[in-house]
Every structure is written in C-alpha cells, then in structure tokens.
Ligand binder design. Sequence first.
Ligand code: ADP
Length: 218
Amino acid sequence: MKKEFVVIGLGRFGGSIVNELIALKADVMAIDISPERVEEFAQIATTAVAADTTDESALRSLGIRNFEHVVVAIGENIQASILTTLILKEVGVKKITVKAQNDYHEKVLRKIGADQVVHPERDMGKRIANNMVSNNILDYLELSDEYSIVEIRANEKIAGSTLIDLDIRAKYGVNIVAIKRQTQILVSPQAIEEIELNDILIVIGSDVDIHTFERKAL
Ligand code: ADP
C-alpha cells in the first residue's frame, strides 16, 4: 500500500519535504493558508489544498486523521504551529512531526504531544560546523545532546591495523558499528577485521569520546 502523508506549510522546508516524498513515490496532501503557495504545488503534490490549519473544522473536513504521518512546517508563526499541532493531536493523528523555531517552541510542542520535533537550521548548522573543524569527519548525525554517529575516513595511521590492535572501545569508549569499503558495507565488523586506507568508519559514541578518538587515533 502506498504511504500517505500530509505536509502543512509549504515554505522552503515543507516544500522540500513534499518534493522528496513525491520523488519517493508517496502520496502527499500539501496544505498552506496561502493560495499562491498551494498553486505552486498543485502539479507536484497528490493533492494541494488551501486551508488555515488552526481552524479545527477545516482540518477535520480534510479527513486528516486518516493519514499516517503529518508534518507541520509552519515557520515564523509559532502560535499557528502550536495550535495546528494541538488540533492534530486532538483529532487523533498517529504521528506528528513539527519544525521548531527555538527551544521554547520545542518545549511546548513536546508538552502537547508532538512525536518528533526538528530544528532543520540548527541541526544543519551543527553538522556543517562539525565537518568544518575536522578533516576526517565526513558526516555527522546527532542522536541526543551528548551522543552522535559519525563517518570518519581511515588514514595511514590506522590502515593495516585490526580493530583488536586499535582497541578502540577500551581506549576511547567509542564503537565502530560498520565499515564502508568502496561499494561494500561491513555491518558489525569482526574484531579481526583489518582496516584499509580510505575505509569509512561509522562510529557511535559520546561527542567527547568521538573527538578524542578523532584527535588521538587518526
Ligand atoms: P520556511 O522557513 O520553511 O521557508 P515559512 O515560514 O516561509 O517557512 O513557511 C511557512 C508556511 O506556512 C508559509 O507558506 C505559510 O503560508 C504557511 N502557514 C502559516 N500559517 C499557516 C496556517 N495557519 N495554516 C496553514 N499554513 C500556514
């Protein structure tokens, strides 16, 4: 069965989600209060509707509760974002993801039951900064305030060593959960696996430990 989603707010963030979901062959109902924005997505989304989502009856009449997952991508208007989320929760939408503008906004969204709160600008900023300060870290995914998963390129210093030789878990407190080698991916590599030059190590751990590993081991 095709997955059915709703995206509310068709700015840069919401619009990008619509485009991507459609490219992934999902069904998407795109909603915005602005008829011009809706017009822009009429040919792209499965359905595009002009509605004020702070109006409960308008949302109900769209049959919103039958969709699996609703994204609230209303940007500037924090009040409209919160009210919309509250109504979605009340009508019984199963999964709600909301874009937060700041920490206070996030706190309120979590209180009223948003399942997932995202900060695209802040998260992308952190990601880019992490890539900028390190020559070896290729990509970065924040798991929580303290923990992350990163992709680190193996250099000459560790190439040729096995995971046992490096004793990474005991020395640095981080774990290598997978190794990408050209087109191959070795998930949960064995301790005797020998690291090759330019392998990409997928490392999980606390940010502090990851940085120590990256500074000292590489
Ligand atoms: P971005 O930073 O992602 O570009 P914007 O703030 O530009 O976000 O876009 C948010 C969108 O949400 C706008 O297109 C705006 O018309 C829409 N929007 C704002 N309030 C409502 C509302 N009450 N109901 C539906 N859509 C709304």
